[in-house]
Design a protein around this ligand. Sequence first.
Ligand code: FEO
Length: 168
Amino acid sequence: MLSSGMEKAINAQINAEFYSSYLYLSMSAHFESMSLAGMASWMKMQAQEEMFHGMKMYDFVHERGSKVTLATISKPPGKWKNPLAVFTEVLKHEQKVTALINELVNHALDERDHATNIFLQWFVTEQVEEEASVSAIVDKLKMIGNDANGLFVLDQELGQRVFTMPLA
Ligand code: FEO
């Protein structure tokens, strides 16, 4: 069983993961409204991935014989200046999530909760991958600047992404 402090901390992270999903779905809707179908699709996959992250934690809490308590999911923003502003926000958001995961790991180590520590290592690795992939898109958007052709090509490229359920 998780300690009550650890239970509370993972429940808070479940909320953060579901908020991430909601935020990326809002970004997907924004791209749909801008006729950037590839970016809209990329964000929808990202939203699915975040839902998977939340559910992975949800299942873990139950596996440990503890209780999931769902809380309100905050309203995400719905408008951005341009695609660069959207992906810059994604990168900042992911950096924040990385900090939250690191805090959870510290919490597990403080409690000598080895099972939770091992469980969280998957998320530590996942965050490295997430930050790297978003950072690469931010770099490309900076290179593209106001070039409509470049944006068109990147939109096509991001539209190729397919959602594959990560291995649990
Ligand atoms: Fe679940 Fe993008 O971190």
